[in-house]
Write a protein that binds this ligand. Structure first.
Ligand code: MTE
Length: 395
């Protein structure tokens, strides 16, 4: 029972317009990130500065009246839902950070070559996603809240898009999450039709996308076409032959994809966004500001800053809401969202400035990128280091 499928363009002649400040890492498919400084100008990332991560041309869903999402598979009461049906469900606004697993890949590739689009530190953004809760949508097809299986043996929820990706031999992008997560109201999984209070734009999944907070962005499928309840996790390329984390010993000769699970949760991460990799400053007073975030709804306990390459540390201040210090307490923070951090430091001379974050489970970013090197260059969460030279520019 496929949905009413809108034609996905087969080439890149009908791409939407984008903000000129974006740094384009690959033009076709379009993959781009904002300058570092744009990320810390506000807690909620403006849509035009939000990174764009695509695997094919951007679909055009122009007949919203005919648009349907089909829900079928191992479910007793399959259905096709229109946007009007989805909008009738209670609307939730969830502030959640989306991060591509390839964020900071370029830095990892300096250790040893990795395969994939290069990214600096801005393949990440924080948005207010508005839409229906997936758990409520699944209730419409007879799957109760907190179900871990359906009577016919469904244990996973697979999302299929309408885009065409070369990795899927021209087929659509797909991913799945466990039914247990999909039916848990606390997991806040959304079928989102709004981003920062506006209808989703084409780049970010118009008219409807999945947002799975706390896990790598690859599972938040855009341009949703169908939801299939399956016995096994999705067998698509992006679940089985990509976005898996391998040890440093694995190379393209000895790789065995089935030995690893699809990556879901993302680990604790932080990056300095007020400085580039190498900076020249007039005097030694430097603002060190950036973002920190962890997966699974684990808040950020601490962000440490060093000006001597990690020998000594000071703690940065952290915030989400303007004027309210962040407490990592479930009751007063956006649990799926990043914190922004800031520290003013004095550097007497040239320095290596480092940031590292600690989450509420005391997970700490690894010191050295080499120990987490992997051939696909995913999850570079090593300490973020930048160089600062004190002096005058030579004319
Ligand atoms: N969904 C579809 N249909 N096609 C895609 O290429 N890319 C995924 C995910 N969902 C993708 C997709 C990846 S890898 C990421 S990181 C996020 O979308 C990026 O979402 P964004 O472009 O809205 O920032």
């Amino acid at each position: 029972m496929p949905g009413v499928r809108s034609p996905a363009p087969t080439d890149y002649s009908q791409e939407p317009s984008r903000h000129p400040c974006l740094k384009i890492n690959s033009k076709e498919p379009f993959n781009a990130e904002p300058p570092r400084s744009a990320l810390i100008s506000s807690y909620v990332t403006p849509v035009e500065f939000f990174y764009k991560r695509n695997h094919g041309p951007i679909p055009i869903v122009d007949d919203i009246e005919r648009y349907r999402v089909s829900i079928f598979g191992l479910v007793e009461n399959p259905k096709e839902l229109s946007m009007a049906d989805i909008r009738k469900l209670p609307k939730y606004d969830v502030t959640a950070t989306l991060q591509c697993a390839g964020n900071r890949r370029t830095a990892m590739s300096k250790v040893r070559t990795v395969k994939g689009v290069g990214w600096d530190v801005s393949a990440i953004g924080n948005a207010v996603w508005g839409g229906a809760r997936l758990a409520d949508v699944l209730e419409l097809v007879g799957i109760p809240m907190l179900a871990i299986t359906t009577p016919s043996g469904g244990k996973h929820v697979e999302f299929t898009s309408v885009d065409m990706c070369k990795e899927e031999n021209g087929g659509p992008y797909k991913a799945s999450i466990p039914l247990k997560q999909a039916t848990s109201p606390e997991a806040d999984v959304l079928l989102a039709y709004e981003m920062n209070g506006e209808p989703l734009n084409r780049d970010h999944g118009f008219p409807l996308r999945v947002v799975v907070p706390g896990i790598i962005g690859a599972r938040s499928v855009k341009w949703l076409d169908s939801i299939v309840i399956t016995a096994e996790e999705c067998q698509g390329f992006f679940m089985q032959r990509d976005y898996k984390m391998f040890p440093p010993s694995v190379n393209w000769e000895n790789i065995s994809w089935p030995t690893r699970r699809p990556q879901m949760d993302f680990p604790v991460q932080s990056a300095i966004c007020s400085l580039e990799d190498v900076n020249l400053v007039n005097d030694g007073k430097v603002t060190v500001a950036g973002y920190a975030v962890s997966g699974g709804g684990r808040g950020i306990e601490r962000v440490d800053i060093s000006v001597d390459g990690g020998k000594t540390w000071v703690e940065a201040s952290r915030y989400q809401k303007p004027d309210a210090p962040y407490t990592a307490d479930d009751m007063c923070c956006d649990k799926w969202a990043w914190v922004l951090f800031k520290a003013e430091v004095d550097i007497p001379q040239d320095a290596e400035i480092v940031a590292k974050a600690v989450d509420i489970a005391a997970n700490v970013q690894p010191e050295d990128v080499a120990v987490i090197w992997n051939l696909r260059g995913i999850l570079n969460t090593s300490w973020h280091r930048v160089k600062v030279w004190v002096g005058q520019a030579k004319l």
